[in-house]
Write a protein that binds this ligand. Structure first.
Ligand code: NAP
Length: 359
């Protein structure tokens, strides 16, 4: 008998929803039993409703599931949400109120004071907020913005070692970040677009919460001045961020020592051996033109971020380039890792047992 925990995916037909379906195929702890999307898709078999764009085949176990309309009740204790923010806020609250643990990629609840904005290697202690939430039995955990995840992961070991005081980030973001059907090819080919609505604000607000301290009153945001500029570029998957960082200490270090601090970083997912955790969350690359989306976005199944071009910055102190896979580490894969950590911590409603040893 299949002992895995049944999970549902909201927004299963979209860019991130398809990643969930693909990554959860043959997952050792979870299996997709319910998929939901808009009225347009509801009632159709998943294989017909989703315009499948993943490089792996559409999983057989999901192909024949009938897509439900978002808002219909679901039976799974965990619901992964890849909904457009236009609908996510209300729907996710309803699902949490019905006793589900909702793990969301949408921006709607990220900055709520009682909702963790979770990167499992960075701020696993923030999961304690779930116990303080207003929903009876259920809960909401959010995954940060796709560019912010890569940046915050790379900042974490530096913040722990020295304290980060300032960050300037310029991103080059892939088209899959714009969802489906995406940016029209006539706008994107032979071009770069120096504007992504709302994106700069997300990086500037979310970084402090992720790296902040959990207190009895909620998360006290880390005092980091952040300036972000975001650009869409004709890359399919993988967001690059060229960052300059001001640290409160560490001026005596050289680039090799700083690189070692980044490369040696690991967290609770690695200690627990969670199934989706990369062995090394940060890969420091030494090639003079690395990292590059096409060559490095799939490191450790897309769950590791890569850092290169680490060198002194004449303005803020240090600078480097960080690359993360936006729909894997930056969305579905990151959210699945959040689900694994929540399960290991006993936070999934109605599910008991010891994980990971139960796998
Ligand atoms: P997407 O491709 O546009 O997919 C949106 C999904 O939401 C589809 O399944 C769609 O269903 C459903 N939906 C849209 N409007 C709806 C409505 N009115 N009622 C019910 N369902 C509705 O978007 P995406 O890129 O996957 O992004 C999903 C979420 O993740 C967004 O909140 C986004 O900001 C966030 N996110 C995206 C990325 C990324 O790299 N793409 C990264 C991190 C976070 P139909 O197919 O039936 O229309």
């Amino acid at each position: 008998m299949d002992q895995r925990i049944a999970v549902g995916v909201l927004g299963a037909t979209g860019s991130v929803g398809q990643r969930f379906v693909s990554l959860l195929d043959e997952h050792p702890w979870f299996r997709v039993t319910e998929v939901a999307a808009s009225k347009r898709s509801a009632g159709k078999p998943y294989s017909e409703a989703a315009q499948w764009l993943q490089s792996s085949p559409l999983p057989e176990a999901v192909a024949d599931l009938t897509v439900r309309e978002v808002g219909a009740s679901m039976d799974t204790p965990i619901v992964f949400s890849a909904l457009s923010a236009s609908v996510a806020g209300e729907v996710e609250e309803e699902m949490a109120g019905q006793g589900h643990l909702v793990i969301s990629n949408a921006r709607s609840h990220r900055m709520d004071p009682d909702v963790p904005l979770l990167i499992p290697e960075v701020n696993p202690d923030h999961l304690a907020l779930v116990d303080r939430q207003r929903w009876n039995g259920g809960g909401i955990i959010t995954n940060p913005n796709c560019s912010t995840i890569g940046i915050a992961l790379a900042l974490k070991p530096l913040h722990d070692a020295f304290g980060v005081r300032a960050l300037h980030a310029v991103t080059l973001q892939a088209v899959s970040g714009a969802g489906l059907p995406g940016v029209p090819s006539v706008e994107m080919l032979d071009n770069a677009i120096p504007y992504i609505p709302g994106e700069e604000d997300k990086i500037e607000r979310e970084t402090g919460k992720i790296l902040g301290d959990l207190t009895s009153a909620g998360v006290e945001a880390a005092a980091i001045e952040v300036s972000a500029q975001c650009n869409r570029v004709p890359v399919v998957d993988g967001h690059l961020a060229a960052v300059s960082v001001g640290l409160k200490g560490g001026s005596e270090l050289d680039a090799a020592e700083l690189g070692r601090i980044l490369a040696e970083f690991s967290g609770e997912p690695q200690d627990l051996g969670l199934p989706t955790a990369p062995a090394r969350p940060i890969h420091v690359l030494s090639g003079e033109a690395d990292p590059q989306p096409r060559r490095h976005r799939d490191l450790e199944g897309g769950m590791a971020v890569s850092v290169g071009r680490l060198r002194p910055c004449p303005i803020l102190g240090w600078r480097f380039v960080v690359l993360s896979h936006n729909t894997i580490r930056g969305a579905a894969g990151g959210a699945i890792l959040c689900g694994e950590l929540a399960l290991a911590r006993g936070l999934v409603p109605g599910v008991s047992g010891t994980w990971p040893s139960a796998s």
